[in-house]
Ligand binder design. Structure first.
Ligand code: Q9C
Ligand code: ZN
Length: 342
């Protein structure tokens, strides 16, 4: 399987995140993608190629223009305040506060365009997130050109980012951008299967009212897990999208004995939808040793995950999302891809 990868992700390296009430080094760090790349090389998964520039147009098919402009300008606005450390939001427009007037100050803008503080903006963030989206779009190019499934080794991840807000280490929704680009190039239906430990709230909300994208997510139950405010089983889509959104909230402590059947159910729904292609939001933070997550999947379970997805027989674009057990992230991600090909 071909892998798309760019070193540009190194340009994004946040310093610290606020977690459990303390500042800790960011879990979403450059070594994550380095470890996955290393494992791709070690296992001889296939060739590794660089992304090509796709411009802003495919981003704007999914994201709000004001939001994209904000991402482009945020660092320089932050610096203009005399600040040279990471930009982070600290105030949000919740119930009853106004969202009809967009602030002009960078602190207001950071809050307006985010839903949590897990999104440091640094000097290189814009280039890194553009490049990450280009990785996904180039993966789509090669999948369409060759008819073969492809691995987009994206970093930063994307599935928590919605049309006009960032959060959860995510800025541009790489999987959504690729899925929309597929439709724009003639696909009639695309399914997105999100196996990251966290609910893919951004992807869900982008396609919630549409029937041309089916979204399925297996994740920690939002009653007790981040992102808390989306991802319940009763979210099934709205309007034309009703019946095209499927959430599988799973309990803390979920292992393969409960994960496998949920995944099988999701796969049967994908088969029934009969999409032209599948996008997999590939997070491996379901791993038993993940430092911020509470599922118990083992290294070998990722082979089975790949086999189950491969059983669909669909052209598949794998888009890298989360996974914070850095020592194992490469083994687990590539196990999914190897299982898929077996
Ligand atoms: N106690 C992705 O996996 N903080 N984002 C969680 C846990 C945010 C994860 C705190 C986690 C975001 C792409
Ligand atoms: Zn995650």
């Amino acid at each position: 399987m071909l892998t798309i990868y760019s070193d540009d992700h190194h340009l994004h390296h946040g310093n610290a995140e606020l977690i459990d009430g303390t500042l800790k080094p960011c879990f979403e760090m450059p070594s994550r993608a380095d470890m996955v790349l290393q494992r791709v090389r070690q296992t001889g998964l296939g060739d590794i190629i660089a992304p090509t520039e796709h411009g802003l147009e495919p981003l704007l098919r999914v994201h709000d223009a004001g939001y994209v402009r904000f991402l482009e300008q945020a660092w320089s606005l932050w610096q203009a305040e005399g600040r040279n450390h990471d930009a982070l939001p600290l105030v949000w427009p919740v119930r009853g506060l106004r969202t009809d007037r967009i602030p002009q100050d960078i602190d207001g803008l950071m809050g307006y365009y985010s839903f949590d503080a897990g999104v440091p903006i640094t000097a290189g963030t814009w280039q890194a997130i553009r490049s990450s989206a280009n990785v996904a779009l180039t993966g789509l190019d090669t999948m369409l050109a060759t008819g073969h499934s492809t691995f987009a080794l994206c970093r930063p991840p994307g599935h928590h980012a919605a049309a006009d807000y960032m959060g959860g280490y995510c800025y541009l929704n790489n999987a959504a951008i690729a899925a929309q680009a597929m439709l724009d190039r003639g696909a009639k239906r695309v399914a997105i299967l999100d196996v990251d430990y966290h609910h893919g709230n951004g992807t869900q909300s982008i396609f919630y009212q549409r029937s041309d994208v089916q979204f399925l997510s297996l994740h920690g139950d939002p009653t007790v897990e981040y992102p808390f405010f989306l991802g319940h089983a009763d979210e099934t889509g709205e309007g034309a999208g009703l019946g095209f959104n499927h959430n599988y909230p799973l309990a803390h402590g979920t292992d393969w004995s409960h994960y496998g059947p949920a995944l099988a159910d999701a796969c049967s729904k994908i088969a029934a939808y009969a999409p032209d292609a599948l996008v997999v939001s590939l997070g491996v933070d379901t791993f038993e040793q993940d430092p911020i997550s509470r599922f118990l999947l083992k290294n070998a379970d990722y082979l089975r995950m790949g086999e189950a997805i491969g059983g669909l027989g669909l052209p598949t674009l794998f888009v890298m999302e989360g996974g914070y057990a850095v020592e194992d992230i490469g083994v687990n991600a590539v196990n999914v891809l190897s299982g898929f090909e077996s």
